[in-house]
Design a protein around this ligand. Structure first.
Ligand code: AMP
Length: 439
């Protein structure tokens, strides 16, 4: 099947062709005709499947007829994070370039005034995070009674983030006659309830079983000590040993994202941090640097990284084993996209074994251990440093660290070319945490 078989207008086909796509992905093959026929759609699909175009293309087709009235958007797209909202808007721009549609982004970190000016003039498409939309609604700046199309993207993520009451409220504020396109990677009971309440006889499309992982991703586990510092050591060694062209490193806690990022920068790696406590402008700048290659390693929290479309990520590294098995699937889904090969490593300590088990159960895939030479070195050093090890160990210095400051080996600077990127010469893009010494 080609895009030509989907009954799209010549303008849209031209935009799709210029985006470099010839054949629709499975979700597009099913969702586009269903949406064009006016049906509600329930798409169970992960990011990376082409789901954004599966709702953007039919919406552009519909919206090309008619005009928006002041403060009354014709289409609302709800997304869990600002990054995803920004990505959806890029998609709209890409596919809608041959149409005269107006669009506004209502997301945190973007000035209210600019967005309100756009709203006052009338917008066809409003791309929002739920809280921001309700803020504008409560201020009387946006009316939802003219909404003809509503899209909910990454619904299960919104559930995790506690947005379900907001989403229910937004659904109730829009006309019953709207058409709804609803996407979720998984279908927990709460999402099931929402879809049965607000979708009308939807066409259900499931392109990959929930929690299945793409087979273009090689997955490994690395056993390592539980101490934070020792894990950082393993991480650095891994980055040096592996041919990582660019990678996303996930931590479970925002605080740790900052520390791991600073540590990598200190050791000469071109790293940037992204998590929910950072300013939107900082997050966007870091993401741009990661996309253009100035930043080779993106240290991220789950929320910030969910749904990011970053093509060509060679590696995903779980610095921590995710405590929810579903997050594992989403994390590693950042690599091995669109048929490319990807590699995922999970650093796992004994304390995290139960989470690892849950992941293996969820994905039906056993994570084999990958042993590196450096693991041995690390083990040996730990032995010599272990105060309880009898004899043979290194002489301990007075402060009992087992190693004097002078003998601390300096890490070579790796991952850099001849020139240190400007990125590394600036202070770390870390705003929220207090400056701490890390290694
Ligand atoms: P998504 O699942 O919407 O995040 O899309 C994942 C990636 O697939 C994005 O980089 C899209 O630009 C790309 N993509 C979308 N549709 C197609 C297609 N028909 N053929 C190839 N790549 C596509």
């Amino acid at each position: 099947m080609t895009f030509k078989d989907l009954n799209l207008s010549a303008e849209l086909l031209r935009a799709v062709e210029e985006a470099g796509y010839s054949d629709p992905t499975p979700i597009q093959q099913q969702a586009i005709p269903a949406a064009l026929s006016g049906r509600d759609v329930l798409g169970i699909a992960q990011t990376g499947t082409g789901k954004t175009a599966s709702f953007t293309l039919p919406l552009i087709e519909f919206l090309s007829q008619g005009r928006a009235k002041a403060r009354m958007p014709r289409c609302v797209i709800l997304t869990p994070t600002r990054e995803l909202a920004a990505q959806v808007s890029e998609s709209f721009e890409k596919y809608g370039k041959n149409h005269k549609l107006t669009m506004a982004l209502l997301i945190g970190g973007v000035s209210f005034e600019d967005q309100e000016r756009l709203l006052d003039r009338g917008v066809d498409v409003l791309i929002v995070t739920p809280g921001r939309l309700l803020d504008h609604f409560e201020r009387g700046r946006v009316l939802l009674s003219g909404v003809q199309f509503m899209v909910v993207d990454e619904a299960d993520r919104m559930l995790d983030m506690g947005f379900i009451p907001d989403i229910e409220r937004i659904f109730k504020l829009t006309p019953f006659t709207r058409q709804t396109l609803f996407f979720s990677a998984t279908m927990p009971p709460e999402i099931d309830r929402i879809t049965s309440t607000f979708l009308q006889n939807p066409v259900r499309i499931e392109v990959a079983r929930p929690s299945t992982v793409v087979d273009t991703i090689t997955q490994w586990r690395i056993d390592c000590p539980k101490e934070f510092k020792a894990k950082r050591d393993v991480l650095r060694n891994l980055l040096r040993e592996e041919n990582v062209s660019n990678g996303i490193i996930f931590c479970n806690r925002k605080k740790d994202v900052d520390i791991v990022c600073k540590s990598l920068q200190k050791h000469g790696f071109a790293a940037g941090a992204i998590h929910g406590d950072l300013d939107q402008s900082v997050r966007m700048a870091t993401l741009d640097q990661f996309k253009d290659g100035t930043c080779q390693y993106l240290v991220a929290s789950d929320v910030a990284a969910r749904g990011l479309d970053i093509p060509d990520v060679s590696h995903v590294i779980n610095f921590d084993v995710p405590t929810h098995a579903e997050d594992y699937v989403h994390r590693i889904g950042r690599t091995g996209r669109a048929g490319k090969q990807g590699c995922a490593y999970t650093l796992s300590s004994k304390a995290e074994a139960k989470y690892l088990e849950a992941i293996e159960k969820e994905t039906g895939h056993r994570l084999e251990e990958k042993k590196f030479e450096f693991s041995k070195q690390l083990d040996q050093r730990e032995e010599t440093e272990d105060p309880s090890s009898k004899g043979g160990g290194k002489k301990r210095n007075k402060r009992g660290s087992g190693r004097s400051k002078e003998t601390e080996p300096r890490e070579p600077i790796v991952g850099l070319g001849e020139h240190t990127p400007a990125f590394l010469l600036r202070p770390a893009p870390v705003s929220s945490s207090k400056s701490k010494k890390v290694a």
